[in-house]
Design a protein around this ligand. Sequence first.
Ligand SMILES: Nc1ncnc2c1ncn2[C@@H]1O[C@H](COP(=O)(O)OP(=O)(O)OP(=O)(O)O)[C@@H](O)[C@H]1O
Length: 505
Amino acid sequence: MSFNLATILRESAAAHPDKPLAHAGDRAVTYAQVDALSGRVATALRGLGLRPGDKVAVHLPNVPQFLLAYFGALKAGLVVVPLNPLLTATEIAYHLTDSDSRALITFELFTASAVDGAARAGGVATYVVSATGAPPPAGALPFDDLLAAQDTGLFHAGSAEDTAVLLYTSGTTGKPKGAELSHFQLYMNCTLAGSIFGARPDDVSVAVLPLFHVFGLSSVLNVAVRFGATLVLVPRFEPAAVLDAVEAHRCTLFLGVPTMFVALLHHPAEGRDLTSLRAALSGGASMPGEVIRAFEEKFPGVVVLEGYGLSETASTTTFNTSAQDRKVLSIGKPIWGVDTKVVDPDGTELPRGAAHVGEIVIRGHNVMKGYYKRPEDTAAALRDGWFHSGDLGYQDEDGYFFVVDRLKDLIIRGGYNVYPREVEEVLYEHPAVVEAAVIGKPDSRLGEEVIAYVTLEPGSTTTEQDLVEHCKQHLAAYKYPRGITFVDTLPKGPTGKILKRDLKP
Ligand SMILES: Nc1ncnc2c1ncn2[C@@H]1O[C@H](COP(=O)(O)OP(=O)(O)OP(=O)(O)O)[C@@H](O)[C@H]1O
């Protein structure tokens, strides 16, 4: 079957040409404009000598040019390599070289590291999106050069199985690897994810999750374009910026990671009209039950639904489909066409029930083709057709899946397994706790000891002993934290997920 993911843009642009696809500050771009301008980018990229299958790195924050670069490259049959804006020059050089990228589209604020990284990678045509109108430095060209080409209607429909996007894992374990996702996989995922939560053309979605990451790219951008909805681009997460966006554009959907929900929960919202919001979708990390309860209380009319997925699974894998069907603390059930099961280290499926914790493995149309140029890593991750997620979980008697923790975050204290998430849940239930992260600290006697890092409500007088006592009341003796450090903030990655590796003592 021949197909191109950019079909989602073409069809929505035909149906709603004059509708805003994206608001950015006080500017808006319509579907017709994004369609036409991305057509120019497609022509210009081909004009550089790039051919279908060649790679183009897109190193941009959530700005309209991201959409032009993304759909332009797709229309030309090129593979998009989204890059984290925070990468250093060395990391950019690594990603460009590893992915064989031949062009790089970057942003004025990151130009120094991007141009340096591209020079080290060698032979990478570099284009800079200007925020201030300043000309790009030597060795780079203005992004506007790509917009100077004609829109010739270029629309390369190769095989639906061709790679559309090469998504780099953040490299918590080993070097970052590029997960190859096809046009078909990304199309299926946005179609199914959007259908499940009832995405509509009149939806207005807050796009604050970074678009270079699978959650932002697939579940925010692709879903919105697939369903002809509107995005409000927010380049950097600040609770006030999100609430401003909701008020100004009557947003109906918010997608975020749990730390964003926590920040919104603790930000004053009195006097604001946020009644347009109908659903808030959480993913990327475990959502504490207490946060869901408090969020829905603070924002009446909003239902919080949690889903689960990875870069390697084109985003959505399981989902809680509605307020009626959801189970708080669960990641829901697999989406249509996706199988999920829990296995022991030998790969044997475990029975249902909370006592049977094992690794969550996934099979279906959403699972990546493999890691680019890494057959050994691909073989290790994809065994007998099942993708090994590295997440520990179980399936309950009703078929709902639960993530208990990441395999690599599991704490083994004196031979007993302690799942940090369980301890964090208890900490979140304490009224003074804003955020909590539990990790294992090397211990000569027990192997590992359980410790926690916590941020408290401003002005709170809660002591370490208070929190330890609270945990003791709700957790078995081997689980409660033996040390709690109060910090002002917890380290977070570009998506807002707490980075436990940066807390390791
Ligand atoms: N609803 C959820 N509950 C718990 N964990 C989740 C949920 N959704 C996603 N995750 C976690 O996020 C991971 C996938 O995220 P992503 O693909 O961004 O990689 P990452 O773990 O952040 O970085 P790395 O590249 O180092 O693996 C999952 O493996 C899981 O641990």
